[in-house]
Design a protein around this ligand. Structure first.
Ligand SMILES: [Fe+2]
Ligand SMILES: [Fe+2]
Length: 258
């Protein structure tokens, strides 16, 4: 078993700060400049040869270092700002899952099994959204950081209120995804732009689904027969995303497709 220090060790071969030799080499050149014109010309000539070599190596190393560290994180592809924002979004997706699970529980408690099923399927969808970010951040050399989840409400006035809250929440998520995309564009992070494109499309579908059910609930109003008919319809919704991630997202996706 590794010691705690092993867990905090940096990945081998990935520089997090300016390598020491890059700091030392310019000093060699400075020393050469000081020695030029000194009383021992032969020594100066030999030293000058090595010092110029050191300066050249220093310049090449510096160029290479800054090229690889455009985001200040060694070979990592994600800028710190982008990584933090993605982790924040992962937390929001997990809160979405938490919120819809609470709504599912409330519906089950009220005998609305179809609505309970719809919100439980939605819970799985949101966990999938969170897992996609979790994997992407880690894949890009960052670290998925889990934060505390806000407590969701536990009681709701009616199905219409639940779907109105759901739509409001999804609109908030859409704005959040749009902000992430703006950041990815500002950071010239093309990989994250492609990754986030999936979420942009997904949000259109999410809001559309909520609007459709809200329209039906507005027509139904207080008609119990209408409500029970819609409940039966929502009971047919099935989970199409993976629900088991113990072997990672890619294995889970293959499992869901099989
Ligand atoms: Fe989501
Ligand atoms: Fe959602």
């Amino acid at each position: 078993m590794g010691s705690p220090a092993a867990f905090s060790a940096k990945k081998p071969g990935i520089p997090h700060k300016l390598p020491d030799h890059i700091r030392v080499l310019p000093l060699c050149y400075l020393a050469e400049v000081c020695f030029t014109g000194a009383v021992i010309p032969a020594f100066t000539r030999v030293f000058s040869f090595f010092a110029h070599g050191a300066l050249l190596m220093s310049a090449i190393s510096l160029s290479w270092y800054y090229m690889k560290n455009r985001h200040g994180k060694g070979y990592y592809m994600l800028a710190q700002k982008m990584e933090d924002a993605l982790n924040e979004q992962m937390n929001r997706e997990m809160y979405s899952a938490y919120l819809y699970m609470a709504m599912s529980s409330h519906c089950a408690n009220k005998g609305l099994k179809g609505f309970a099923n719809w919100f439980m399927v939605q819970y799985h969808e949101e966990m999938f959204h969170a897992m996609k970010i979790y994997e992407y951040v880690n894949l890009q050399g960052g670290k998925a950081v889990l934060k505390a989840l806000q407590q969701p409400p536990s009681t709701f006035v009616s199905p219409l209120e639940m779907y109105t809250k759901t739509l409001e929440h999804e609109q908030f998520i859409t704005r959040s995804i749009n902000d992430l995309m703006e950041l990815a564009i500002a950071e010239k992070d093309h990989a994250s732009q492609i990754f986030l494109q999936w979420y942009v499309t997904e949000q259109v579908e999410e809001e559309s689904n909520d609007n459709e059910i809200i329209s039906q609930l507005v027509i139904i109003r207080d008609d119990p027969n209408g409500l029970m008919m819609l409940d039966r319809e929502l009971a047919g919704r099935v989970t199409t995303v993976p629900t088991e991630y113990s072997k990672g997202l890619q294995a889970a996706l293959k499992g869901a497709a099989a």
